[in-house]
Write a protein that binds this ligand. Structure first.
Ligand code: ZN
Length: 122
């Protein structure tokens, strides 16, 4: 662990030495305060962009790990145009109306079936 720290310290100092050696000489016409302010603001913008990308990444990760379930329509969003003839309940699809009829009015349905069958027999 200590070796690693020494290594990263050495790396840091070599980067620092390199940066200092590339520094231009002091220029009295240069507004260093303004320049440092510009760099500070530029860094802040960069940090915001990094955070934005991190947030997007974590969102993508979540979607990749747990794909969103297919969103169901709310009951109020479904236009109910299928009306039960027996109790006037409304349904959004023929299938759900048929299911309702089978569950709630089984006898009536079978009666009407036999009526139809009888009418065919006559
Ligand atoms: Zn009904």
């Amino acid at each position: 662990m200590k070796q690693l720290n020494d290594q990263s310290n050495n790396q840091f100092f070599s980067i620092l030495d390199n940066a200092i050696s590339q520094c231009p000489n002091y220029d009295s016409k240069m507004n260093y305060l303004l320049e440092s302010r510009k760099i500070y603001l530029f860094n802040q913008v960069l940090q915001q962009q990094i955070q934005f990308i991190k947030d997007q990444n974590s969102l993508l990760d979540k979607q990749f790990i747990q794909p969103q379930k297919k969103q169901r329509r709310k009951a109020t969003e479904i236009s109910k145009i299928y009306k039960c003839t027996q109790c006037e309940k409304l349904y959004g699809s023929e299938a759900s109306l048929n299911l309702h009829s089978k569950l709630k009015h089984p006898t009536i349905e079978s009666e009407s079936k036999t009526q139809i069958e009888q009418s065919f027999q006559i």
